[in-house]
Design a protein around this ligand. Sequence first.
Ligand SMILES: Nc1ncnc2c1ncn2[C@@H]1O[C@H](COP(=O)(O)OP(=O)(O)OP(=O)(O)O)[C@@H](O)[C@H]1O
Length: 657
Amino acid sequence: MSDALPPASGAGGSGAEFPAAENSANLRTTEVDLGGLVGVLATHLYSTPLVALRELVQNAHDSHTRRRLEDPEGAYRPLIRVSGDGAARTVSIEDNGAGLTEPEIHAYLATVGTGYTRMLRDLTGNQELIGAFGLGFLSAFSVAEEVTVTTASHREPAAAHTYRSRGGEQYSVEPAPARPGPGTVVRLRLKAEHAHLADEEALREVLARYCVLLPIPVYVGSDEEPVNDVLVPWRQDVPGSPHLHRMRFATAFARSFEPLTAFPVAPADERTDAVGLLWVQDGGTYGSSDNRDLAVYLRGMLLADDARDLLPSWAGFIGGVVESSRLTPTASREDLQRDEHYRALQRALADAVVDGLYETARLHPAAWRRILARHGQDLLGAALCDDRLFTLLADDVPVPTSQGELTAGALRAAGSGAVHVALGSGGGFEEMLYRAMQVPIARGDRYAVLPFLRRYAQLRDCRIVELGSESGNRELFRAPDLPLPAEQHAWLAAALTEDGEQLVPARFDPPGLPLVLVPDREAELKARIEDDRADARIPSAALQLARAFTARTDGAVKARLYLNLASPAVRDLLAAYRAGHTGAATAAALLRSLKVIMAAASGSAGGDLGAALSGVSTAVAALTAAVPADGLSAVPDTVFTADPHHQNPRLHEDEER
Ligand SMILES: Nc1ncnc2c1ncn2[C@@H]1O[C@H](COP(=O)(O)OP(=O)(O)OP(=O)(O)O)[C@@H](O)[C@H]1O
């Protein structure tokens, strides 16, 4: 016997657990609380009251398309006019499109969820029609306490009617005085809180953005110029430079930042029908700042004003506008369905940004330089996300270094074929060392710098020296040719180091630098992690892991003092010590002070700075006190340098005497 459950009862055991609905004697119709539903749709479907204006202008646009489809021979000049009256607190949206007959008012305007527009599109396949849901008109009630629609159909132009409703749930329709021709006026008596919508200046601004791509002219008040009389560079073939037209459009359209350059979105393949324009914004970006700004138009009407997610996440400096008729809006028509067309457009836009940057680098060098200067940091990160972008940027993008911004190539050339990058944040001893050698070091603590340079080094087959890591330090500090005898090592350690410091004889550049103190990064980390206050700062799981790691570090060596056996000062010091010279201890004290002062200058603790400074005075006093009044004989050799100007002035006086 099988363990399977017996089939659910039903004809042929088809698995139907419920009787087919249409056969049920208990079939009931779902009740609709019309008042509640209309209220929700009118007030909660949209995020901003401005949407009402957009929906009504879109209806006016669709009525023109309808008139043209139904009466292709009829010649007339289509227009839409939006007027505001602050005193009367009204806004009117007027069109001379198809209008509605009385039955159509009931069937389409006053029926939630049904519109003529969608049927017409299904019937004719016309893609210019925008309306789809039969809901948009309801948005009028989100801003108006009363809505009147006076309309005359192009089929019966003499029979005008007025629809009137407060709230949308109940309405009346009455005959109205004859209109000058077919068309519709929607008049909103605004709620007090939306009175500002009646301001014509504000209407101009909003409609110029919403309707910029609508082919039908939209006028405000008694204006003679439409708000959307704009050359759309990807639609018209206009004489002159296409780049100039793009820049003009982008400059007029961009909201927050001036465009530095603009490039087209053109459907390169079958993936998407989207066309439009992208531009690089002149707003400084740093690190991961995100100023992406994309407006999406569907059949000429603004649909989503901030569709930034369509742009690649690395393109924080891009603004743009695209139109497509394949995208599907949500019912509020403020957002887009995340469907295959949406994803195809995302990919197409990423390609368009990369293509546009290539075009800019090739054709507009001044703009390209400005983009690199403005968005260098963002571009470092962007280059890591896209291989083509890396190829474009690898040699051009500036990298922040200890000597200002340099390209990776310049960094490499100045580092004798290697790029140097500091892992620590404070500059530290490494920076001082390299500054002395005049080798620039990239700031590896800045956004994307380290991974960018690692990638650069890998692809360009060049050496990368990561300062602050063990391997980086090995690059810096080479083993001495001969080991230092134990007794000399012990004397130097006693003379030069503090508790927790380990003396490491080495050879390094520049030879003029006798010693350098290098904090142990792991010991530093251990101290920070084991600090009781870390509990408050670091999540406990992360802290446990970190402590498991740092437990392996004994933490006894807090810093290493690298002593440069290639340095003449160190060699002289050792020679003096070996010769039993009385000045050796004083010279060592001077070097110890130098160590502390340099450590303080490079931001790491390395002893008592006050004591070090007075140590310098003590050493100078000891050395100068040793000068006898009658000559040089008692002064140790090591005190004098080759430069006679550095000699004790008292000696000059003696000579002159
Ligand atoms: N200005 C107008 N002129 C002529 N007909 C109109 C006008 N405004 C609305 N209508 C009619 O009323 C119907 C309902 O409009 P409504 O705005 O609610 O929905 P829609 O435009 O069809 O779809 P959507 O919800 O997607 O906007 C329209 O389909 C159209 O037939």
